[in-house]
Write a protein that binds this ligand. Structure first.
Ligand code: ADP
Length: 523
């Protein structure tokens, strides 16, 4: 290169153009291709390489871009990369000769430009020439140094940018895959990030939700039906809350009610100005139900257990009166009531104990093979005595009905509950049909009544703990809503299922399946 003023001016202009081009490029591999292209052109080279040190802080150089050197022959240049840049003038020539011999390329001269930012090495640019050219002037060297500095800063920035990008992708993936709902809002309370779980909770798609006010999409409502997000947003309270949380009900677009707890982490600028927040939204419906159940549990216990206790106490108190004499018959009647109520109390306590056993880990079974007809006859006998002819019991079993493989006592509990319900919920009396048939390796049994029936929307709920259908009889009949819950737990422990078919005013038919006895399966 010649030392002329306009030549220098051109160099400056060129440098400026190059700087603009490379600093505008944040994609690392495009940037490296750009840099090596310019470097080869400026140094009148025939080919070139750019190697940069690993981003993980490792000092080893790795070739990342080239000009006129196909990727397959990059490994041949490894010995060059191993030489410290300071050693290149002395030892580089010999190494270069070996590389030329290895690759069959004409590599007569090499210029290496170290890339450094804040005294730390980022990488090295190698430019090769096929012919020996004149040496560089001091001015040319300065020009090349300026170029290398620009390139080093651009590489370093692109690497930082890629690091940030990678981090952002990692964060996005974490947010997306979170089982909790995650949502980011900007300083104007508009949604900027909305993960998959949020889509499921709210029924809003990401595309629809982004850009909308969070109070519209999430809309947490208090028990009184007020949208807390509009009236009492914890992020807007003064003084600023340390751990802002909102809790309440949201209704998804498809009409599902979910209880959520939303925790916020806010970002604030000078003067506590709100810059945005990330919300972590958790479905707490199950916990809410649990609390509600606990409350029901307590009221059921107090009602159901107190009733027999007060009846027993009342009768016992009366019979024990010193100032009265009772006939044998009155005494017997009183004592019978006391005995019945004590039995009822014992059954209730047993149910409650069973419920906690089911909740703690299931029902233990003691199975054997027995004909269902024996069990059914046993249960019907005790109910026929109690109902005093108000009901007719009809049993329908095929003659060749195989035995079932089940826990007799547990199954007695299920059947007693179904028959007891059939009686309780048939105020007019009627026929109670009990039957079964074999299908494959299962027995399908049923208990049918002609009672009040169950509304379709309640047919699944009645199997839940403490659930009692809303009807006139609920107030008139005693019950804790545990019978069917336990029946389902017992039938499912046997590997069977239980369900109901019913029509209001026409009656109900409860079905359940059970495994048939082993003997039958091998026949
Ligand atoms: P309980 O009878 O103690 O209330 P269950 O769990 O046995 O509890 O039954 C739950 C609810 O299902 C009952 O309260 C009743 O509303 C409804 N139910 C059960 N069996 C029948 C039936 N045969 N006919 C009509 N309703 C029924």
């Amino acid at each position: 290169m010649l030392e002329q003023p306009d030549h220098r001016l051109r160099q400056r202009e060129y440098l400026l153009q190059i700087s603009r081009a490379i600093t505008a490029q944040l994609d690392l591999s495009s940037l490296l291709n750009l840099v090596i292209g310019y470097a080869v052109e400026m140094l009148a080279g025939t080919s070139g390489l750019i190697a940069i040190s690993d981003e993980e802080g490792d000092d080893a150089l790795r070739i990342r871009a080239s000009s006129q050197l196909p990727r397959e022959i990059w490994p041949a240049f490894a010995p060059l990369l191993d030489l410290p840049v300071g050693d290149l003038p002395r030892r580089g020539v010999a190494v270069l000769r070996d590389v030329a011999a290895d690759t069959g390329l004409s590599l007569r001269q090499m210029i290496a430009l170290p890339l450094t930012v804040r005294q730390a090495s980022v990488g090295v640019i190698y430019v090769f020439r096929a012919a020996l050219n004149v040496d560089f002037s001091a001015n040319d060297r300065q020009f090349l140094q300026d170029f290398a500095d620009q390139a080093a800063i651009a590489v370093s920035n692109a690497r930082l940018y890629q690091g940030v990008l990678r981090e952002k992708q990692r964060l996005d993936a974490m947010i997306e895959q979170s089982a909790d709902g995650a949502m980011i809002i900007d300083s104007r309370w508009r949604i900027t990030t909305f993960n998959h779980t949020m889509e499921q909770f709210t029924g809003w798609s990401r595309e629809e939700a982004i850009g909308r006010p969070c109070a519209e999409v999430l809309g947490i409502h208090s028990d009184q039906g007020v949208n807390i997000c509009l009236t009492d947003c914890p992020l807007q309270r003064r003084p600023i809350m340390e751990n802002p949380v909102a809790e309440g009900k949201i209704t998804s677009r498809d009409g599902r009610d979910i209880y959520v707890q939303s925790r916020y982490a806010a970002q604030r600028g000078p003067g506590d100005i709100f810059l945005g927040a990330i919300a972590n939204v958790r479905d707490i419906t199950a916990q809410r139900r649990e609390v509600e159940l606990q409350n029901t549990f307590i009221s059921v216990i107090s009602h159901e257990l107190k009733t027999p206790v007060s009846i027993i106490k009342g009768y016992a108190g009366t019979l024990a009166r010193q100032d009265a004499t009772f006939s044998q018959e009155t005494l017997r009647e009183g004592l019978t009531v006391i005995e019945e109520e004590a039995d009822r109390l014992a059954r209730q306590i047993q149910d409650l104990l069973d419920v906690s056993r089911v909740a703690a880990g299931g029902v233990r079974l003691d199975r054997s093979d027995f004909p269902l007809t024996i069990l059914v006859a046993d249960v019907v006998r005790s109910f026929a005595a109690q109902t005093e002819g108000k009901f007719e019991f009809e049993l329908r079993f095929p003659d060749d009905m195989p035995p079932v493989h089940a826990d007799y006592e547990r199954l007695r509990q299920v059947l007693s509950n179904l028959v007891s319900n059939a009686v309780k919920y048939s105020p007019e009396g009627g026929t109670i049909r009990i039957g079964a048939r074999a299908e494959g390796d299962l027995a399908i049994a049923y208990v049918a009544d002609q009672g009040i029936g169950i509304a379709p929307e309640e047919q699944e709920q009645i199997f839940q703990r403490f659930y009692r259908a809303d009807n006139r009889l609920r107030r008139e009949t005693q019950g804790s809503g545990l019978g069917l819950y336990l029946a389902r737990a017992i039938i499912e422990a046997h590997g069977g299922t239980i369900w109901v078919e019913s029509q209001i005013g026409r009656g109900s038919r409860f079905f359940f399946t059970l495994p048939l006895g082993r003997r039958q399966l091998t026949d």
